[in-house]
Each structure stands twice: as structure tokens, then as C-alpha cells.
Design a protein around this ligand. Structure first.
Ligand code: ADP
Ligand code: ASP
Ligand code: MG
Length: 438
């Protein structure tokens, strides 16, 4: 069985939705994972933010706008009056549900329930459309089998067993549809896998059912060698290893959710990145080991914070770094890049939720400086330890960019730079020229 995941842009208009149905129906038996219609999750975030700020008028205004958008969508998607009515009723009930939060106390639990509405609507509309076309399909709710544990990590055992229970009676169904992104947490409440999380749902369910392949369908023909939103001349990479893809996703290649490669890698299931606008294009296949390229690709991630801790006591002291790392661990804040000197250490984080608490505790260890508005630029490729000249090529390409930090040698496949975000575009363009001659 294959897993096919379609992102928001692939559902962005009724015509786009119809075209992905054609892709789905080419398969013998398939599990389809859908995101929300593009723009919906952003609108839901806006509504939730307004409610958090107790700005009810603004929330109501945004809900009405979203409702109107879906009214038009439904009118253009279905042929029959009966299906249009059914779909309007469905949308009305979701909008009433969202509207109900404008009357009550609003906490982060309610926020998660609001954010789940996008995927719940898109999957139901998709299923109605297949019904209208007389297709043999079934919708299963991700809330019945997707679960994260108390550390917010997917509970693989739970997912596998509960998904199997859902799928067993559906052996005769050609198309089974479910929601990406949404799940339940350890308390059984509605939660989600963070923004872009539908990719993660796809690889988690793909791993759970040991799918033949997991296809991620989006609006571009696979993973490109550089960020196509920033750099004009980029090209699609035909094959990537799991590790290369995971690094690029983690360091900012938005085409994949940062955690989504791991479940497929564990079960050795290939991931294909395909373009709904151009289905014939090969796209990118992610499988196996690293390829031969010297420079495979460049990615960048914004909103990075550097924390620099300087301490006289670090000199010749052991246990200092442990104390530093324990503070980050206590606040469940991952560190991405580290550089050290004899008297100071710089670390980067991208989750600033607990920055104040972390700062207060670090101050007990030494002098602390925090710098914001930084970007990580990550170069993925093959940099064997005994080879000469790689660093020179990279530094030559980066020669016009002030480098705040640099990490080389953590692995043979990744070199990262930390720069001020205002230099990111220039850095990505310069690397495109220096590494790929584009
Ligand atoms: P979806 O809605 O299908 O999940 P996303 O917007 O999450 O789509 O991801 C696709 C987008 O990722 C592309 O439109 C592209 O702009 C962006 N992107 C960023 N970096 C890369 C990269 N290295 N290769 C391909 N796409 C990238
Ligand atoms: N709809 C969610 C988002 O916009 C999940 C996803 O698209 O993958 O983040
Ligand atoms: Mg996405």
C-alpha cells in the first residue's frame, strides 16, 4: 500500500483538488493524508491569537471571512445540489464550533481544537467529492489513532495498533483518507504535530503500515539545491539519502517537516517528493545512503537566537558544559549549533519559549549575552575528514558575509554558518554561485 500526502497548495482551489483526485485514483489501494486548504491554518492561528488577546470582534471578522471562502469553495467543487447542501452543512457546523469559542474562556486547549478544524474540513470535503464521483473510499479520523506522548513525541506503538484496528475492516476500500497534522496528546486532548506536520503524519502512518512508498505531493518538483523562495536559479535533486534530507529539512528546507524523515528511515521506506502541478516530473527520491556530490544542497533557517556564556571558571574546568546543557534540557529547549573556546561557549536555539528562565539560570555560571535575528545557513554534502580544500571553497563563497559562528566537522556531511538574518539572501545567492556555479 502507498501513502500519498497532499499539502495545502494541492487543495488550494476546487480545480486543484480535482486534479489530485486523478493522481489518487491511479493507485490500486492508497492511504491519503491531507493538509488543510492553503491559508486555512494561518487564518485559524489568526483567530486563536485574536481570542487570546480578547479581541472578539477581530476573531468574529476572521471567522466570517474564512466561512465565505469555504462557501465559494463548496459551490465550485460539487456538481450536484445534494452534495453542495451536505458540504455547506458540514462547513456551517465547523464554523459554529469555531464561533463558540468567542463566547467562552480561551486557553491553549481551545486553541488546539480550533487549529484542528482545517484538516477536519479538507478531508471531509475531499471524501464528499469522491462520493459524488462514485468512488470507493472511506474517511478515518486521525484523532482515533495519532497520538503524542507526554514528551510530545509520537507514540509509535499506539499509532501502529490503533491504525491497524481502523484499517482492518476497510480491506475492500480503494482510497482511505485521513487528516495530517492533528493528533491527540497524552491526556487524550486534541493536539497537533506543529506547523507543516502533515508530512510527519504521512511518514508516521507510512512506517506504521510498512507502506511501499510515501509520496509527499506539493507545489514544487522535489527538494532543490537551494531555497527557491530566496534564490532564482535552483534545481531539483533526483536522489537524497535519508540523512541529507533530514538535515536539509531540519535546517530550513520547508518542503519537509523537520522530523518527518526519521520514521521512514527507521523502516527503510522511500519518500518521494512530487509536484502536483507537474505529476510527470520525477521529483526527488529519498532513500539509502549519502550520494557522491561534494555539495548537495544549501538550506537556511531564520529566527535563530545565539546565547553566549563566558566564564573564567570554564578555563581548565570539566563539568562546565554539562551544567550549561542541563539548563537547556530542563526547559526542553533543543540546541542546534555549538562553538566553544577556552573561556566561552556559544549555542543556538530556535525555540525562545523559555529564554528568560534559561537566561536567569545561565547567569549563575558566567556572563551571558543573547543575540537575536540570526539565521543558520547549512551546507549539506560530502566533506571527508582527510580531504583538503572544502573549507576553502566554502569560505571563499562566504567571503562577503560576516560570519557569527561556524560549525565544521560535527559530521562529514554538514557545515553550518550562523549569520545575521539581513545577510541571508546574499549568503544563499553567493553559495549558489560559489558551490553550484549558478
Ligand atoms: P505544502 O503546502 O505542500 O506542505 P510547503 O509550502 O510546506 O508545501 O512546502 C513547499 C515549499 O517549500 C515550496 O513551495 C518551496 O517554496 C519551499 N522550499 C523551501 N526550501 C526548499 C527546497 N530546498 N526545495 C524545495 N522547496 C523548498
Ligand atoms: N495545515 C498545517 C499547517 O499549515 C499542517 C500542514 O500543512 O502540514 O501547518
Ligand atoms: Mg508543508
Amino acid at each position: 500500500m502507498k501513502v500519498l500526502k497532499f499539502g495545502g497548495t494541492s487543495l488550494g482551489s476546487p480545480d486543484r483538488l480535482k486534479s489530485i483526485v486523478d493522481i489518487v485514483l491511479q493507485e490500486e489501494r492508497v492511504l491519503v493524508v491531507l493538509s488543510a486548504v492553503s491559508g486555512t491554518t494561518n487564518s485559524l492561528v489568526e483567530i486563536a491569537t485574536a481570542l487570546h488577546n480578547d479581541d472578539k470582534d477581530r476573531a468574529i471578522d476572521s471567522i466570517k471571512k474564512l466561512h465565505n471562502h469555504y462557501v465559494k469553495y463548496v459551490e465550485n467543487l460539487y456538481e450536484t445540489k445534494a452534495k453542495k447542501e451536505e458540504a455547506h452543512k458540514l462547513i456551517d457546523s465547523h464554523m459554529e464550533f469555531i464561533m463558540s469559542f468567542t463566547k467562552d474562556l480561551f486557553t491553549s486547549h481551545e486553541e488546539k481544537a480550533i487549529l484542528a478544524q482545517g484538516e477536519l474540513m479538507s478531508t471531509a470535503l475531499f471524501q464528499f467529492y469522491l462520493e459524488e464521483r462514485g468512488q470507493n473510499s472511506e474517511l478515518i479520523s486521525a484523532l482515533d489513532f495519532m497520538r503524542i506522548d507526554k514528551d510530545l513525541e509520537p507514540d509509535l506503538f499506539y499509532i501502529q495498533h490503533n491504525l491497524e484496528r481502523e484499517l482492518t475492516p476497510l480491506k475492500e476500500k480503494q482510497v482511505i483518507i485521513t487528516q495530517g497534522y492533528i493528533c491527540r496528546n497524552a491526556f487524550g486532548e486534541i493536539d497537533n504535530l506543529k506547523r507543516g506536520g502533515s508530512d510527519y503524519t504521512a511518514t508516521l502512518v507510512g512506517a506504521a503500515i510498512e507502506a511501499d512508498v510515501i509520496e509527499i505531493w506539493t507545489d514544487i518538483d522535489g527538494m532543490h539545491n537551494n531555497d527557491p523562495r530566496v534564490v532564482d536559479k535552483t534545481y531539483s535533486i533526483e536522489r537524497l539519502s535519508y540523512n541529507e534530507a533530514a538535515e536539509l529539512a531540519y535546517f530550513g528546507a520547508k518542503i519537509l517537516h523537520p522530523a518527518s524523515v526519521y520514521p521512514a528511515q527507521q523502516k527503510k521506506i522511500p519518500i518521494k517528493l512530487k509536484n502536483t502541478l507537474d505529476p510527470q516530473k520525477e521529483g526527488t527520491t529519498i532513500d539509502g545512503d549519502n550520494r557522491e556530490f561534494k555539495f548537495t544542497a544549501v538550506a537556511a533557517k531564520d529566527d535563530i537566537t545565539v546565547i553566549n556564556i563566558k566564564s573564567g571558571r570554564m578555563l581548565l574546568a570539566y563539568g562546565f558544559l554539562r551544567k550549561v546543557f542541563e539548563i537547556f534540557e530542563r526547559y526542553q529547549t533543543p540546541i542546534d549549533v555549538i562553538t566553544t573556546s577556552e573561556v566561552a561557549v556559544s549555542v543556538t536555539i530556535d525555540d525562545r519559549t523559555h529564554i528568560n528562565e534559561i537566561y536567569e539560570e545561565l547567569r549563575l555560571l558566567g556572563e551571558v549575552r543573547i543575540e537575536k535575528e540570526l539565521s543558520i545557513v547549512c551546507v549539506v554534502g560530502n566533506f571527508p575528514r582527510n580531504e583538503r580544500g572544502d573549507g576553502q571553497v566554502l569560505l571563499e563563497a562566504m567571503k562577503n558575509i560576516p560570519i557569527r559562528m561556524m560549525s565544521y566537522g560535527g559530521s562529514e556531511h554538514n557545515i553550518t554558518f550562523i549569520i545575521e538574518s539581513k545577510y541571508k539572501t546574499e549568503a544563499l545567492k553567493d553559495l549558489n554561485k560559489g558551490l553550484f556555479d549558478l
